[in-house]
Design a protein around this ligand. Structure first.
Ligand SMILES: C[S@@+](CC[C@H](N)C(=O)[O-])C[C@H]1O[C@@H](n2cnc3c(N)ncnc32)[C@H](O)[C@@H]1O
Length: 208
């Protein structure tokens, strides 16, 4: 395991604190307030969404392929009452679950980091039951600010190297739509507290 992934896990929560306070905590809470049934979260990181899941959900599987992140995730799960939650190591491009096994899939700040968003979304669709829903918060290509796009593209190789394969110029809205999902809600937001390159954000729910 690389030194970079060790440090990314160790300092992830601290590095996100300003943005969590400014907007992300509220967005997580709004997104997950009415989620239900059997829920899979991909790329759970250290478990930042854990406090926002309603008690009423039936089952929660948190999947995180990176081992240092997963160690911290397990610690946070152990501190969370309820006992409905398990940690898994699946990568989003090869989910180890049968077809049609979840009512909801959650992805927050993950589709920027997978190698192929199309493959990940195909897998998400496969494990969702018919009519199941993808809940997402993702930073995206600055389609409403063309001057920023050139910087997002220019900086992307270095940003990917420094920040765990995170792509600054990904058109995730288009990838979700191309995968055959229908948007139930789609908000276009700007994350205060984040560097401007990763500030343009989409938040919403898309139906399989
Ligand atoms: C920016 S962090 C987001 C963590 C968390 N979802 C959150 O909202 O704070 C990106 C996460 O995606 C994970 N990740 C990267 N590639 C992945 C993949 N192919 N499948 C699933 N997760 C992946 C990383 O290990 C990391 O935990």
């Amino acid at each position: 395991m690389s030194v970079r992934s060790y440090f990314m896990a160790k300092y992830y929560d601290a590095s996100m604190k300003k943005m969590e306070r400014a907007c992300l905590s509220r967005w997580r809470s709004e997104l997950l307030s009415d989620i239900s049934g059997d829920v899979l979260e991909i790329g759970s990181g250290t478990g930042a969404n854990l406090p926002y899941y309603p008690q009423s959900i039936h089952r929660l599987v948190l999947s995180e392929p990176e081992s240092h992140m997963r160690d911290l995730l397990r610690q946070h799960i152990n501190q969370t009452p309820g006992g409905k939650c398990t940690a898994e190591s699946s990568s989003a491009d090869k989910l180890s679950f049968p077809d049609n096994s979840f009512d909801s899939v959650v992805s927050t700040l993950v589709l920027c980091s997978v190698d192929s968003p199309d493959t990940a979304l195909h897998e998400i669709k496969r494990v969702l039951k018919p009519g199941g829903k993808l809940y997402f918060i993702e930073h995206v290509l600055a389609k409403d600010a063309p001057h920023l796009i050139k910087w997002q593209r220019l900086v992307q190789p270095l940003w990917r190297y420094m920040c765990g394969n995170c792509h600054t110029a990904r058109d995730t809205e288009r990838h979700i739509s191309d995968a055959g999902f229908t948007f139930e809600t789609l908000e276009k937001l700007h994350a205060s507290g984040a560097p401007s390159l990763v500030s343009p954000t989409i938040k919403g729910v898309a139906k399989r």
